[in-house]
Design a binder for this molecule. Sequence first.
Ligand SMILES: Nc1nc(=O)c2c([nH]1)NC[C@@H]1CN(c3ccc(C(=O)N[C@@H](CCC(=O)O)C(=O)O)cc3)C=[N+]21
Length: 371
Amino acid sequence: MKVLFTTLRRRFIGSPLRPPALNSLFNLFCPRKYEAERAWRLSSSSILGPDLPDIWKHPSSAPPTLPSHSTNQGCDDLNPTIINGKIIAEEIRTGIAAEIRQMKDATGKIPGLAVVLVGKRRDSQSYVRHKIKDCEEVGINSFLDELPEDCPQDDVVNAVSNFNKDPSVHGILVQLPLPKHMDEEKVLNTISLEKDVDGFHPLNVGNLAIRGREPLFIPCAAKACIELLLRSGVELVGKNVVVIGRSRVVGLPTSLLLQRHHATVSVVHAHSKDPDRIAREADIVISAAGVPNLVRRNWLKRGAVVIDVGTSPVEDPSSEHGYCLTGDVCYEEAFQLVSAITPVPGGVGPVTVAMLLSNTLDSAKRAFGLS
Ligand SMILES: Nc1nc(=O)c2c([nH]1)NC[C@@H]1CN(c3ccc(C(=O)N[C@@H](CCC(=O)O)C(=O)O)cc3)C=[N+]21
């Protein structure tokens, strides 16, 4: 009898197919092994950590106090460089447009980008408008599929599948966030690897993480941060860089890309203890938390370089669209002590869109056998 159960147990070990009734029988006949297996299963499910949401403590509006040993006080003579993302993006677009003209002359074809937009979030609509306008400017064909907020997930999956099959589409972007009832992971996984211009496919993320490997696409915001730093003459090798936030869209890929540039990277997130103390050590702070004014003067070392990726829409009845875009960094405070900073808007945003065009061009080159 015991042999029979041991054999059955082996067949079903770790298998979700094992009928629950058998568990009690295993427990009866082999209690110690059963306990060990249960402990193993519990530990293997927790090895990647519990699933805690990233909710930042809301920054207080009171002026921050600095530790007494801080060297940050009274230094307003730095005359910081404002890194102009609009100009850098325009330079990049000019290069892309020239390459697309050559491509058209050589092949008679041009790149195509498809955007899937679900729902009517004003900020998402605005970003998508920017993307489409910039596509037109450089000579990329754009396709927009707009779906209602309450549509079934399958409609989004079908939209992606149709673009996957369309040879005139070289890049597919599903604008995030998707409505709450949808499984973002499932939708993104339907984008074919060769058209994943956002670079969110696990294989692209994995290849970014492993030195010596080349992902097909690097996420646009991460590329934008590095472009802005390199074009501003900021050295990365051996520098202490603190990345604030660990999202799929920005924080995680940026931290990986920085390591490939030989920076010493620390990532702080909503569960970090004393993130301000950690950020204060950094030569370069890249903030991608999406929390307006999270980064106050007490988060920054004198002379640091600040890249502000946050663009949160904050209600503002006095502005044209009813909201204004606000960065993660309290700009006025940071300006007093940093050596260079990106503004919001006009910093990382436009360069992110330029990187999307660049990824789409690269994809078309691969499709036409030009790379
Ligand atoms: N699949 C996906 N890929 C993304 O890359 C992605 C996304 N979903 N969801 C949202 C975030 C955010 N994001 C921005 C891109 C450009 C600007 C941008 O161009 N901003 C301008 C201003 C734009 C305006 O005024 O509306 C600026 O900062 O100057 C902002 C934000 C891309 N994201």
